[in-house]
Design a protein. Structure first.
Length: 431
């Protein structure tokens, strides 16, 4: 790999880790917490930021906080060139209309959506002048400190109905493009190499929004999105497998080209009270447009061998698939983390990392509980099984964390006694 490739890889690792802030990013968490407890300045800044989070809590559902400077920052160019990402348009779009971009497929991390519509690195503003893309994300993405401010600056918004209606109602003007990843989380578990499975048949909420506000619907397909990660079953322990890329934890995606094609818009006549037949008809037209877009472009980008399937996944089947993959996957990841920790020869470092893992996983579990049980209610089995999945790191962290001061004091006393009882090796040197 040349120098430019190394730079691209480093930038991708940094930005991906920052955007997907999670309990697995241990070094960053250790650094932040160590400064948090030892510096009054950092503590003061944290308290001020907490107040800002409360004051700014509705921005993600009121049009976001668009920043042209942030979207055009040169660091995003290196980020997109790592794969590379390419954006292709099929036709011009009228800036005096609002649009709903249906993005397919979700893939593992929807990297094509972030790179092409969350930044201007692939020249979206030049291809579609007057159009402002808003990447629509789950509310949970805006719970993470600092990451939420980055996403808001890139034009991202919450994908809730109120947020979508705010953008489509004209309060933010015309020329807004809501980039909605239609398949959502369920489509993540259907991601396979050389296969494009779309969870689309029961997704009709965006159709209702388009009819209610007269927004044109634009199908978007990212060719190569599903090839950025591979699924590993770890000797059959994980039936559906977990996404795996580069490095020890498989976190970094492979360097493979992703071509995002923006199709032709389906213009919609505004209907204040759409009937079920209106919704079904427009939904059927959209399904045909997505399939046609795939057929017309698959051979151009050397993906003619990819199988295209529009899949109907029953709710309970999706639940079982999600539970098996997430619970077993988290257990294996936790075990791998613990093995990596205890390979270190620095005793104090190991205990610090374990304690921080416990703290981070506790926060992660709190966000998960709030989102999946209160915001989007699911069966209580989700919460119970997820508790079991992260209990390994929680218990190991609590075991060391609650007794940290006592253990540290005992180790210090043992070290002092060892120093006092050890005689100098050189009898002529007693200093």
């Amino acid at each position: 790999m040349d120098l430019k490739g190394i730079l691209d890889f480093f930038i991708l690792s940094f930005i991906t880790s920052f955007c997907a802030f999670s309990p697995l990013i241990v070094p960053l968490t250790v650094f932040i917490l160590s400064w948090f407890w030892s510096s009054k300045f950092i503590l003061s800044v944290s308290l001020v930021y907490c107040y800002w989070l409360y004051f700014d809590r509705r921005t993600d559902s009121h049009g976001g906080r668009w920043s042209d400077w942030l979207r055009r920052c040169s660091i995003w160019t290196h980020w997109t060139q790592y794969f590379p990402l390419t954006l292709i348009k099929s036709t011009d779009l009228d800036p005096n209309r609002n649009y709903i971009f249906g993005y397919h497929p979700h893939g593992v991390a929807a990297i094509g959506a972030l790179g092409n519509f969350g930044t201007d690195a692939t020249h979206f503003s030049s291809l579609f002048p007057g159009i402002r893309p808003h990447l629509m994300l789950l509310k949970m993405q805006f719970f993470n400190p600092f990451t939420r401010d980055l996403l808001l600056g890139l034009g991202a918004c919450c994908v809730s109905r109120n947020s979508c209606e705010y953008l489509l109602s004209g309060k933010c003007g015309q020329g807004n493009a809501l980039v909605i990843i239609i398949g959502g989380r369920r489509e993540v578990w259907l991601t396979r190499n050389n296969t494009m499975i779309l969870y689309l048949k029961s997704r009709k909420g965006f159709i209702q929004l388009a009819l209610k506000y007269g927004a044109s619907i634009v199908p978007v397909i990212s060719f190569g999105e599903n090839e950025l990660y591979e699924r590993r079953t770890f000797f059959g322990l994980i039936p559906n497998g977990i996404p795996w890329g580069l490095l020890f934890m498989g976190y970094i995606p492979f360097r493979r080209q992703v071509v995002t094609v923006v199709g032709k818009p389906i213009h919609v006549v505004q209907t204040d009270n759409p009937t079920p037949s209106d919704i079904e008809q427009l939904h059927e037209d959209y399904l045909q447009a997505v399939e046609q877009l795939f057929v017309e472009n698959k051979d151009k980008y050397k993906l003619g061998h990819v199988h295209f399937i529009i899949y109907e996944l029953a709710k309970w089947d999706a639940a079982k698939l999600w539970v098996r993959t997430t619970s077993n996957g988290d257990i294996i990841v936790s075990i791998l983390n613990i093995i990596a920790l205890f390979k270190s020869s620095d005793w104090y470092f190991r205990q610090t990392v374990i304690r921080v893992c416990s703290f981070s996983n506790f926060i992660h579990f709190g966000c998960f509980l709030y989102h999946h049980y209160f915001v989007q209610p699911h069966h209580i089995a989700f919460v119970i099984l997820y508790c079991g999945a992260i209990s390994i790191t929680l218990l190991s962290g609590l075991g060391w964390g609650l007794n940290w001061d006592r253990i540290l004091k005992r180790k210090t006393q043992q070290f002092d006694q060892l120093q006092l009882t050890t005689e100098p090796s050189d009898p002529l040197n007693t200093t």
